[in-house]
Ligand binder design. Structure first.
Ligand code: COA
Length: 257
Protein backbone atom coordinates (compact mmCIF):
# COMPACT_ATOMS: atom_id res chain seq x y z
CA UNK A 1 0.00 0.00 0.00
CA UNK A 2 1.35 3.43 -0.94
CA UNK A 3 0.18 6.78 0.38
CA UNK A 4 -1.00 8.00 -2.98
CA UNK A 5 -4.67 7.62 -2.11
CA UNK A 6 -5.25 9.15 1.29
CA UNK A 7 -8.29 8.38 3.41
CA UNK A 8 -9.26 10.35 6.46
CA UNK A 9 -12.37 9.28 8.32
CA UNK A 10 -13.55 12.14 10.49
CA UNK A 11 -15.65 11.69 13.62
CA UNK A 12 -18.43 13.92 12.29
CA UNK A 13 -19.44 11.49 9.52
CA UNK A 14 -17.29 12.78 6.65
CA UNK A 15 -14.63 10.70 4.87
CA UNK A 16 -12.03 12.53 2.79
CA UNK A 17 -10.60 10.53 -0.08
CA UNK A 18 -7.69 12.36 -1.67
CA UNK A 19 -5.47 11.51 -4.64
CA UNK A 20 -1.95 12.30 -3.53
CA UNK A 21 0.42 12.27 -6.47
CA UNK A 22 0.65 15.98 -7.23
CA UNK A 23 3.99 15.77 -9.09
CA UNK A 24 2.23 13.70 -11.79
CA UNK A 25 -1.02 15.62 -11.58
CA UNK A 26 -2.55 12.67 -9.71
CA UNK A 27 -2.24 10.38 -12.76
CA UNK A 28 -3.48 6.95 -11.69
CA UNK A 29 -1.24 3.88 -11.94
CA UNK A 30 -2.10 0.26 -11.08
CA UNK A 31 -1.10 0.54 -7.44
CA UNK A 32 -3.34 3.56 -6.95
CA UNK A 33 -6.23 1.78 -8.64
CA UNK A 34 -5.82 -1.19 -6.29
CA UNK A 35 -5.49 1.18 -3.36
CA UNK A 36 -8.75 2.88 -4.32
CA UNK A 37 -10.58 -0.44 -4.02
CA UNK A 38 -9.23 -0.96 -0.50
CA UNK A 39 -10.03 2.60 0.55
CA UNK A 40 -13.59 2.27 -0.77
CA UNK A 41 -14.07 -0.93 1.19
CA UNK A 42 -12.92 0.85 4.33
CA UNK A 43 -15.33 3.72 3.71
CA UNK A 44 -18.18 1.31 2.97
CA UNK A 45 -17.72 -0.42 6.33
CA UNK A 46 -17.24 2.76 8.34
CA UNK A 47 -19.90 4.93 9.96
CA UNK A 48 -19.13 7.63 7.37
CA UNK A 49 -22.22 9.30 5.90
CA UNK A 50 -20.72 11.37 3.10
CA UNK A 51 -17.47 11.23 1.11
CA UNK A 52 -15.50 14.18 -0.26
CA UNK A 53 -13.22 13.18 -3.15
CA UNK A 54 -10.40 15.51 -4.18
CA UNK A 55 -6.89 15.69 -5.62
CA UNK A 56 -3.75 17.14 -4.07
CA UNK A 57 -2.02 19.94 -5.96
CA UNK A 58 -3.01 21.76 -9.12
CA UNK A 59 -4.97 18.96 -10.86
CA UNK A 60 -7.93 16.89 -9.72
CA UNK A 61 -6.58 14.06 -11.88
CA UNK A 62 -4.89 14.08 -15.32
CA UNK A 63 -6.02 10.53 -16.09
CA UNK A 64 -4.46 7.11 -16.28
CA UNK A 65 -0.66 7.14 -15.96
CA UNK A 66 0.43 7.28 -19.60
CA UNK A 67 3.94 6.04 -18.77
CA UNK A 68 2.44 3.02 -16.97
CA UNK A 69 -0.25 1.92 -19.40
CA UNK A 70 1.85 2.48 -22.52
CA UNK A 71 4.25 -0.21 -21.24
CA UNK A 72 1.48 -2.83 -21.08
CA UNK A 73 1.08 -5.50 -23.76
CA UNK A 74 -2.30 -5.30 -25.54
CA UNK A 75 -3.48 -8.38 -23.62
CA UNK A 76 -2.39 -7.03 -20.26
CA UNK A 77 -3.94 -3.69 -21.14
CA UNK A 78 -7.36 -5.25 -21.72
CA UNK A 79 -7.17 -7.94 -19.07
CA UNK A 80 -5.71 -5.93 -16.22
CA UNK A 81 -5.41 -2.21 -16.81
CA UNK A 82 -8.95 -1.69 -18.09
CA UNK A 83 -10.67 -4.30 -15.95
CA UNK A 84 -8.89 -3.30 -12.71
CA UNK A 85 -9.87 0.31 -13.33
CA UNK A 86 -13.48 -0.74 -13.69
CA UNK A 87 -13.33 -2.68 -10.42
CA UNK A 88 -12.05 0.39 -8.59
CA UNK A 89 -14.36 2.90 -10.22
CA UNK A 90 -17.38 0.64 -9.72
CA UNK A 91 -16.48 0.39 -6.03
CA UNK A 92 -16.43 4.18 -5.79
CA UNK A 93 -19.64 4.73 -7.78
CA UNK A 94 -21.45 2.09 -5.74
CA UNK A 95 -20.46 3.28 -2.27
CA UNK A 96 -23.55 3.45 -0.11
CA UNK A 97 -22.54 6.98 0.96
CA UNK A 98 -23.02 9.98 -1.33
CA UNK A 99 -19.75 11.18 -2.87
CA UNK A 100 -19.00 14.84 -3.62
CA UNK A 101 -16.11 15.47 -6.05
CA UNK A 102 -14.05 18.63 -5.59
CA UNK A 103 -12.76 19.62 -9.02
CA UNK A 104 -10.29 22.33 -8.06
CA UNK A 105 -8.02 21.35 -10.94
CA UNK A 106 -8.35 19.68 -14.34
CA UNK A 107 -10.23 16.37 -14.70
CA UNK A 108 -9.02 14.68 -17.86
CA UNK A 109 -9.38 11.14 -19.19
CA UNK A 110 -9.39 8.83 -16.17
CA UNK A 111 -9.84 11.97 -14.06
CA UNK A 112 -13.17 12.64 -15.73
CA UNK A 113 -14.10 8.96 -15.37
CA UNK A 114 -13.23 9.16 -11.68
CA UNK A 115 -15.25 12.34 -11.20
CA UNK A 116 -18.17 10.65 -12.97
CA UNK A 117 -18.29 8.10 -10.14
CA UNK A 118 -19.25 10.83 -7.68
CA UNK A 119 -22.87 11.75 -7.02
CA UNK A 120 -22.17 15.48 -7.27
CA UNK A 121 -19.34 17.50 -8.85
CA UNK A 122 -18.31 20.97 -7.72
CA UNK A 123 -15.88 22.63 -10.14
CA UNK A 124 -13.77 25.75 -9.81
CA UNK A 125 -14.19 28.20 -12.67
CA UNK A 126 -10.63 27.78 -14.04
CA UNK A 127 -10.65 24.00 -14.53
CA UNK A 128 -10.94 22.00 -17.76
CA UNK A 129 -12.76 18.74 -18.36
CA UNK A 130 -12.29 16.33 -21.23
CA UNK A 131 -11.43 12.90 -22.65
CA UNK A 132 -8.18 13.31 -24.60
CA UNK A 133 -7.58 9.57 -25.08
CA UNK A 134 -8.33 9.29 -28.81
CA UNK A 135 -5.66 11.92 -29.41
CA UNK A 136 -3.21 9.43 -27.93
CA UNK A 137 -4.49 6.53 -30.02
CA UNK A 138 -6.44 4.87 -27.23
CA UNK A 139 -10.01 4.92 -25.99
CA UNK A 140 -11.52 6.08 -22.71
CA UNK A 141 -11.45 2.70 -20.95
CA UNK A 142 -12.46 3.25 -17.36
CA UNK A 143 -16.11 3.73 -18.22
CA UNK A 144 -15.55 6.97 -20.11
CA UNK A 145 -17.98 5.89 -22.80
CA UNK A 146 -20.36 3.98 -20.51
CA UNK A 147 -20.99 5.45 -17.05
CA UNK A 148 -20.30 8.92 -18.47
CA UNK A 149 -22.96 8.38 -21.13
CA UNK A 150 -25.45 7.18 -18.53
CA UNK A 151 -24.71 10.11 -16.27
CA UNK A 152 -23.99 12.99 -18.66
CA UNK A 153 -25.74 11.94 -21.86
CA UNK A 154 -24.26 10.59 -25.08
CA UNK A 155 -23.89 13.90 -26.88
CA UNK A 156 -21.65 15.55 -24.32
CA UNK A 157 -19.50 12.41 -24.26
CA UNK A 158 -19.36 12.31 -28.07
CA UNK A 159 -18.03 15.86 -28.07
CA UNK A 160 -15.29 14.99 -25.57
CA UNK A 161 -14.37 11.45 -26.67
CA UNK A 162 -14.83 11.72 -30.44
CA UNK A 163 -14.18 15.40 -31.17
CA UNK A 164 -11.67 15.87 -28.37
CA UNK A 165 -13.43 18.97 -27.07
CA UNK A 166 -12.20 20.15 -23.71
CA UNK A 167 -14.88 21.94 -21.73
CA UNK A 168 -14.55 24.85 -19.36
CA UNK A 169 -16.24 24.48 -15.99
CA UNK A 170 -19.02 26.78 -17.15
CA UNK A 171 -19.70 24.73 -20.30
CA UNK A 172 -19.51 21.51 -18.30
CA UNK A 173 -22.12 22.89 -15.91
CA UNK A 174 -24.38 23.83 -18.82
CA UNK A 175 -24.09 20.26 -20.14
CA UNK A 176 -24.79 18.72 -16.72
CA UNK A 177 -21.31 17.28 -16.29
CA UNK A 178 -20.69 19.39 -13.21
CA UNK A 179 -23.38 20.47 -10.81
CA UNK A 180 -21.97 23.71 -9.53
CA UNK A 181 -19.23 26.15 -10.51
CA UNK A 182 -17.51 28.23 -7.85
CA UNK A 183 -14.68 30.79 -7.94
CA UNK A 184 -11.08 29.60 -7.81
CA UNK A 185 -10.10 28.35 -4.36
CA UNK A 186 -13.67 27.81 -3.13
CA UNK A 187 -14.54 24.25 -4.18
CA UNK A 188 -13.38 22.54 -1.01
CA UNK A 189 -15.41 24.87 1.17
CA UNK A 190 -18.46 24.48 -1.08
CA UNK A 191 -18.09 20.70 -0.76
CA UNK A 192 -17.87 20.98 3.04
CA UNK A 193 -21.07 23.04 3.08
CA UNK A 194 -22.81 20.54 0.83
CA UNK A 195 -21.62 17.66 3.03
CA UNK A 196 -22.96 19.46 6.12
CA UNK A 197 -26.38 19.63 4.45
CA UNK A 198 -26.26 15.90 3.67
CA UNK A 199 -25.43 15.22 7.33
CA UNK A 200 -28.63 17.02 8.41
CA UNK A 201 -30.72 14.47 6.51
CA UNK A 202 -31.77 10.97 7.50
CA UNK A 203 -28.75 8.69 7.04
CA UNK A 204 -30.81 5.63 6.18
CA UNK A 205 -33.17 7.42 3.79
CA UNK A 206 -30.22 9.12 2.07
CA UNK A 207 -28.46 5.79 1.62
CA UNK A 208 -31.62 4.19 0.26
CA UNK A 209 -32.25 7.12 -2.10
CA UNK A 210 -28.74 6.74 -3.53
CA UNK A 211 -29.30 3.01 -4.02
CA UNK A 212 -32.58 3.60 -5.81
CA UNK A 213 -31.12 6.22 -8.15
CA UNK A 214 -28.18 3.92 -8.90
CA UNK A 215 -30.61 1.09 -9.67
CA UNK A 216 -32.74 3.29 -11.92
CA UNK A 217 -29.60 4.35 -13.76
CA UNK A 218 -28.52 0.73 -14.27
CA UNK A 219 -25.48 1.25 -12.09
CA UNK A 220 -26.00 -1.71 -9.81
CA UNK A 221 -29.49 -3.10 -10.15
CA UNK A 222 -28.95 -6.69 -8.97
CA UNK A 223 -26.97 -5.71 -5.90
CA UNK A 224 -29.49 -3.06 -4.87
CA UNK A 225 -32.50 -5.35 -5.26
CA UNK A 226 -30.88 -8.15 -3.28
CA UNK A 227 -29.55 -5.79 -0.61
CA UNK A 228 -32.99 -4.24 -0.06
CA UNK A 229 -34.78 -7.60 -0.08
CA UNK A 230 -32.08 -9.05 2.17
CA UNK A 231 -32.60 -6.26 4.71
CA UNK A 232 -36.36 -6.85 4.73
CA UNK A 233 -35.96 -10.62 5.10
CA UNK A 234 -33.34 -10.23 7.84
CA UNK A 235 -35.68 -7.87 9.73
CA UNK A 236 -38.55 -10.37 9.86
CA UNK A 237 -39.24 -12.88 12.66
CA UNK A 238 -38.83 -15.63 10.08
CA UNK A 239 -35.06 -15.36 10.23
CA UNK A 240 -34.93 -15.95 14.00
CA UNK A 241 -37.40 -18.85 13.62
CA UNK A 242 -35.41 -20.40 10.78
CA UNK A 243 -32.07 -20.04 12.51
CA UNK A 244 -33.37 -21.42 15.81
CA UNK A 245 -34.78 -24.45 14.02
CA UNK A 246 -31.47 -25.01 12.24
CA UNK A 247 -29.52 -24.86 15.51
CA UNK A 248 -31.99 -27.21 17.24
CA UNK A 249 -31.99 -29.59 14.26
CA UNK A 250 -35.79 -29.50 13.77
CA UNK A 251 -38.22 -28.23 11.13
CA UNK A 252 -39.05 -24.51 11.44
CA UNK A 253 -42.62 -23.46 12.19
CA UNK A 254 -43.03 -20.11 10.45
CA UNK A 255 -46.74 -19.84 11.31
CA UNK A 256 -48.91 -17.43 9.32
CA UNK A 257 -47.64 -14.39 7.43
N1 COA B 1 0.14 10.29 -17.07
C1 COA B 1 1.40 10.35 -16.61
N2 COA B 1 1.99 11.50 -16.28
C2 COA B 1 1.28 12.63 -16.41
C3 COA B 1 -0.03 12.64 -16.88
C4 COA B 1 -0.61 11.38 -17.21
N3 COA B 1 -1.88 11.28 -17.62
N4 COA B 1 -0.46 13.91 -16.94
C5 COA B 1 0.55 14.67 -16.48
N5 COA B 1 1.62 13.90 -16.17
C6 COA B 1 2.91 14.32 -15.66
C7 COA B 1 3.76 14.99 -16.73
O1 COA B 1 4.41 14.02 -17.52
C8 COA B 1 4.69 15.80 -15.88
O2 COA B 1 5.69 14.94 -15.34
P1 COA B 1 7.25 15.40 -15.34
O3 COA B 1 7.24 16.65 -14.51
O4 COA B 1 7.94 14.24 -14.72
O5 COA B 1 7.57 15.66 -16.77
C9 COA B 1 3.82 16.22 -14.70
O6 COA B 1 2.74 15.32 -14.66
C10 COA B 1 3.25 17.63 -14.85
O7 COA B 1 2.57 17.70 -16.09
P2 COA B 1 2.79 18.86 -17.17
O8 COA B 1 2.36 18.33 -18.50
O9 COA B 1 4.20 19.36 -17.07
O10 COA B 1 1.79 19.97 -16.62
P3 COA B 1 1.09 21.10 -17.48
O11 COA B 1 0.43 21.98 -16.47
O12 COA B 1 2.05 21.70 -18.44
O13 COA B 1 -0.03 20.37 -18.37
C11 COA B 1 -1.90 18.86 -18.72
C12 COA B 1 -1.16 19.83 -17.74
C13 COA B 1 -2.99 18.18 -17.89
C14 COA B 1 -2.54 19.67 -19.84
C15 COA B 1 -0.90 17.84 -19.29
O14 COA B 1 -0.16 17.29 -18.21
C16 COA B 1 -1.57 16.70 -20.03
O15 COA B 1 -2.01 16.89 -21.15
N6 COA B 1 -1.61 15.50 -19.42
C17 COA B 1 -2.15 14.32 -20.05
C18 COA B 1 -3.66 14.34 -20.03
C19 COA B 1 -4.20 13.10 -20.72
O16 COA B 1 -4.00 12.90 -21.91
N7 COA B 1 -4.90 12.26 -19.95
C20 COA B 1 -5.44 11.02 -20.46
C21 COA B 1 -4.46 9.93 -20.27
S1 COA B 1 -5.07 8.39 -20.82
Amino acid sequence: MTDRILLEIETGGIARLRLNRPDKLNALDSEMVDELVLRCRKVERSTTRVVILSGEGKAFCAGGDIAAWSEETPDAFGRHWVRDGHTAFDALARLRQPVIAVLDGHALGGGLELAACADVRIAEEQIKIGSPETGLGIIPGWSGTQRTVRRFGAQAVRRMAILGEVFSAEEAERLGIVDRVVPTGEAEQAADEMAAKVLERSPRATELAKMMVNAAEGEERERVIEALAGTIAASSDDLAIGLAAFREKRKPDFGDT
